[in-house]
Write a protein that binds this ligand. Structure first.
Ligand code: WT7
Length: 702
């Protein structure tokens, strides 16, 4: 990955690793039914029609009051979309579909145990469940528009019910991925100022019921230590009437939802009419420094954007069965399991558990049983499914018309398996590049109109005009083969409105780098800095190379090096810690931790303690592949740990020039220790690609 515009990546070098010239065309059958098959749509969304082009997305929604100003850019970069408009997201995702589709399945929920049957929740039933729970939130918890509530819920239908109940009241939800620790959840409770935590007793994962309520107790303690009192903990139960947790209910604080909900049977709650720019939810994401950032998303702009992109890029028609196999705890699930599909009145599938449980055929069995024809997942999952069951898909009678990939670059070989084996050569693939912050897709092909190129996401999506800038703010030409920073030149309706509670950080992280004039009221002067390196080929397709900051993308999810390192520092013996990425064929990148110990401390058991601390502070997903205890870290003269040097050691790549180090002599001993142990345990990575070497060599660079 290149961090600077001077860093030249030639097309030839790219071609050696990823054969970019190869293109695949959508089938006539797909084109024949696609929503976007007339190139006129590209005209409508051309730059000269911006911002009015986004009317088309907003018109997919039902507004209580129509908006008067499409884009208000008077206070850059705090853009406001559809100003003057009022709407309710819950009404748009539920109520308005009742007249025509009350019996249609809104959510097919597939429990992990195959002995439990699938739940088909119709729009009618969803409406009832959302209303009753909204009544509970309002009357039992006293929640009202603008309040924040933290959810720490797994993949159960009660999660979208809870989100939509919040949205009905204008309450801002902040869902924390269930796999995250209680401590991580507590930090987010405190940051968002939530007084209510909504959780679940337990859920199934890999054949076991996980005790989840336990984490709520820890979350409350952490939040309180950070000054945020939690008045109520609402606990949904995986099986009503049974309790899957060992953790006791705290009197006066903890309540079983199924018990309280009885008082609200049949209650209806009027959807609260919100301003388009009122926040709908907060979703936390990692950055290279500091605490996680609460990306705040709006009601009108966000909902319009995810509805529009679900329609044209996911191509979800009323008769389709759509399955996005992401977790709702991440932005993908918010936008493309819940809000986008339900705004369109579609049928969305949710699966509780592990894709490979109880065997590698599970995913395809679900697809066959439910007649899924649109499938959406991440490269890490595709790699895993391919590894454990390369021939499984052929054994099942399902047919996809469309498949999505999201979260990280997909290797062409993996793309091909997805296309040929999973898609049975029938389905289009849409590689969608975007971020928690962007709310919806930023780079992708319009599947009925554009060819697919394995390893490239495609051009900017409708109404989004990306560009690659070098370090000096000069645009890098298409087809030059030079990498640079991918930016979005214009505002778009799905963009985060701010970092919750930290507007200055919002401006500095995303807009400072390429702002041409801080006093300008013209959006042209405020490109959005995405933090990814990319190249643009002559045909306008972008190829994303990865993050330019010190963020490690594990299985499609961003982990901040700072968070990992501070988790290690909670181990009393640890003096210094450094997190580095290692190339991992399933998860994309995995984390390796390097720690040095305080003088005189006993190294025995430290590795396990470090792994445990990370699991506790962040969650299982962040668990390091390996913890290396070293005598000293390679450092610059100013004392900064040279992460790129240890990253190179972990990845067996050449660490280049180390003459500027204050202690170059430590490098050799670390290399010897790490690499000989890796060789002994046959953990030597395959030969890295040019891009991977670039990424490792620039990791942690200033
Ligand atoms: C980062 C965003 C997008 C929702 C899930 C992750 C990487 C995302 C792609 C893609 C190459 C991708 C980028 C981005 N990324 N999609 N199709 N091709 N890279 O959301 O946790 O906010 O992470 O994921 O590096 O910046 P996130």
């Amino acid at each position: 990955m290149s961090k600077s515009g001077d860093n030249v990546v030639s097309e030839a070098q790219i071609a050696v690793h990823w054969r970019e010239e190869e293109v695949f065309s959508p089938s006539a059958k797909f084109i024949g039914q696609a929503y976007a098959s007339d190139p006129a749509i590209l005209e409508r969304f051309r730059e000269e029609n911006f911002p009015e082009c986004f009317r088309e997305y907003a018109d997919l929604l039902t507004w209580d009051q129509y908006w008067h100003t499409t884009l208000d850019s008077s206070n850059p970069p705090f853009w406001k979309w559809f100003v003057g408009g009022r709407l309710n997201a819950s009404y748009n995702c539920v109520d308005r579909h009742l007249a025509s589709s009350r019996d249609k399945v809104a959510i097919h929920w597939v429990p992990e145990p195959e002995s439990e049957s699938t739940q088909a929740i119709t729009y009618q039933e969803l409406h009832r469940r959302v209303n009753e729970f909204a009544a509970l939130l309002r009357d039992d918890c006293g929640l009202k528009a603008g309040d924040r509530v933290t959810l720490h819920m797994p993949m159960v239908p009660e999660l979208p019910v809870t989100m939509l109940a919040c949205a009905r009241l204008g309450v801002i939800h902040s869902e924390v991925f269930a796999g995250f620790s209680g401590g991580a959840c507590g930090g987010r409770i405190a940051d968002s100022g939530s007084t209510v935590l909504i959780t679940m007793d337990g859920y199934y994962r890999n054949g076991e019921i996980i005790d989840h309520k336990m984490k709520a107790d820890e979350a409350v303690i952490t939040a309180e230590a950070e000054g945020q009192e939690v008045a109520k903990v609402l606990v949904w139960r995986r099986h009503a009437g049974q309790f899957a947790s060992q953790s006791p209910m705290v009197d006066g604080r903890d309540f079983f939802v199924d018990e309280v909900l009885k008082d609200y049977r049949g209650q209806l709650v009027d959807p609260v009419s919100m301003r388009a720019e009122d926040p709908l939810f907060i979703m936390y994401t990692s950055g290279s420094t500091g605490k996680p950032k609460g990306a705040q998303h709006s009601t009108g702009g966000y909902l319009a954007y995810v509805a529009g992109t679900s329609k044209y890029y996911q191509d979800i028609h009323p008769e389709d069965t759509y399955w996005c196999m992401a977790d709702i705890g991440w932005i993908t699930g918010h936008s493309y399991i819940v809000y986008g599909p339900l705004a369109l009145g579609a049928t969305s599938v949710m699966y509780e558990g592990l894709p490979t449980y109880p065997d590698p055929g599970r995913v395809w069995r679900i697809a066959e049983r439910l007649g899924v024809n649109i499938f959406h997942t991440a490269p890490t999952t595709i790699r895993m499914l391919r590894k454990v069951g390369p021939d499984e898909p052929a054994k099942y009678d399902y047919h996809f018309k469309h498949m999505t990939t999201v979260g990280e670059p997909i290797e062409p070989a993996v793309w091909r398996w997805y296309y040929e084996t999973v898609g049975k050569n029938e389905a289009v693939i849409v590689d969608t590049w975007w971020q928690t912050e962007t709310g919806g897709f930023m780079g992708a092909t319009l599947p009925g109109l554009m060819a697919m190129k394995p390893g490239s996401c495609g051009p900017g999506v409708l109404g989004v005009y990306p560009a690659i800038f070098d370090e000096n703010g000069e645009e890098v030409d298409s087809g030059s083969g030079r990498a640079g920073n991918i930016c979005i030149r214009n505002p778009w309706p799905g963009a985060l409105q701010t970092i919750y509670g930290q507007p200055e950080r919002f401006v500095s992280v995303y807009y400072e780098k390429y702002c041409r004039d801080k006093d300008s009221k013209d959006w042209h002067d405020w490109p959005y800095f995405a933090g990814d390196g990319a190249v643009k080929t002559a045909d306008g397709y972008f190829r994303i190379l990865g993050r330019v900051d010190d963020v490690i993308n594990v299985a499609g999810h961003r982990l901040g090096t700072k968070e990992l390192e501070s988790a290690c520092l909670t181990v009393p013996e640890v003096a210094e810690a450094a997190a580095v990425p290692v190339v991992d064929d399933v998860r994309g990148r995995a984390v390796e931790m390097y720690v040095s110990l305080k003088p005189g401390s006993d190294p025995d058991g430290v590795e396990a303690k470090v792994a445990k601390a990370i699991e506790r502070e962040i969650g299982k997903i962040a668990r390091p592949k390996k913890v290396w205890i070293v005598a000293d870290m390679p450092k610059t003269r100013s004392g900064k740990i040279m992460r790129r040097v240890i990253a190179s050691i972990s990845n067996f790549s050449d660490y280049g020039d180390i003459t500027t180090l204050a202690n170059p002599e430590v490098v050799d001993s670390i290399r010897h220790h790490v690499q000989s142990e890796k060789m002994a345990s046959h953990d030597v990575p395959r030969e890295l690609t040019f891009d991977e070497i670039e990424e490792i060599n620039s990791f942690g660079k200033e």
